[in-house]
Design a protein around this ligand. Structure first.
Ligand SMILES: Nc1nc2c(ncn2[C@@H]2O[C@H](COP(=O)(O)OP(=O)(O)OP(=O)(O)O)[C@@H](O)[C@H]2O)c(=O)[nH]1
Ligand SMILES: [Mg+2]
Length: 224
């Protein structure tokens, strides 16, 4: 978290992590598509030709709080391909919360597991306690065959401290819920650490409502 008193802006860094091709960039595209145009910035994506992130993507969403301070959510994705580990570690620096995007296909079980272990290793490496930082898990690609069942996800959920969300990011399903869950947990954590309500007069419930309302926009109704 960063506070810029000059700009009256508080910035929170949220990172979408996960194995290659699980749908991290697709989540950001959907958020960009759903967010009201006056709150979202440009979606920066750096990709190769076959859909794979080379460096990272970044999308800023800015909402105002009743205190006059703006809250800027900077959403990043990491490149999932194994070889880009140095970049993943760089992108994770100073992260306030992580959304882990898993691929629901059974064939991707090992890739999910390895990526989750890699996340924890990298967090520890850069001095962030993996057990303390807010992490939510999204099981994406629920529209495909050969996926883990809802019951299996419930079993995983029972063993994990992380809340699990289901998604079809290509259709925008579950994307907003995942982001709102992440923002809520991250803000609660920052509130505990920095007493933001007392210091800056930002009420957590109102902030979440603000983020929620900016993501309700249905672009089809905006004629795009
Ligand atoms: N069927 C289906 N395909 C999806 C879904 N979400 C993403 N995809 C597809 O999966 C492919 C990879 O998606 P990306 O969002 O680029 O994946 P990524 O996690 O950013 O991948 P890296 O940048 O390599 O780490 C694309 O072809 C997407 O259209 C989904 O919910 N269902
Ligand atoms: Mg990507």
């Amino acid at each position: 978290m960063q506070v810029d008193f000059g700009a009256k802006e508080l910035t929170v860094k949220l990172v979408y992590y996960g194995p290659a091709l699980s749908g991290k960039t697709t989540n950001l595209r959907a958020i960009h598509w759903l967010a009201a145009s006056n709150t979202r910035g440009e979606l920066m994506t750096l990709e190769t030709q076959n859909d794979r992130t080379l460096f990272f993507d970044m999308l800023p969403i800015t909402v105002s709080s009743e205190s006059g301070l703006k809250v800027r959510l900077k959403l990043f994705t990491v490149p999932g391909q194994v070889m880009h580990n140095t970049t993943r570690r760089l992108v994770l620096q100073a992260a306030d919360g992580v959304a882990f995007v898993a691929d629901s296909q059974r064939s991707e079980d090992d890739a999910n597991r390895e990526s989750f272990a890699n996340l924890k290793e990298n967090l520890a490496e850069i001095g962030i306690d993996p057990e303390q930082i807010p992490i939510v898990i999204q099981f994406n690609k629920r529209d495909l065959e050969g996926i883990r069942t809802d019951e299996e996800l419930e079993a995983i959920s029972a063993q994990s401290r992380a809340t699990i969300y289901k998604a079809i990011a290509t259709r925008g399903y579950g994307v907003v819920q995942t982001l709102l869950g992440l923002v809520r947990e991250t803000w609660n954590n920052l509130e505990k650490e920095h007493e933001l309500e007392e210091k800056f007069g930002i009420n957590p419930t109102r902030l979440i409502t603000e983020v929620e309302s900016t993501l309700k926009h249905d672009p089809r109704q905006r004629g795009r």
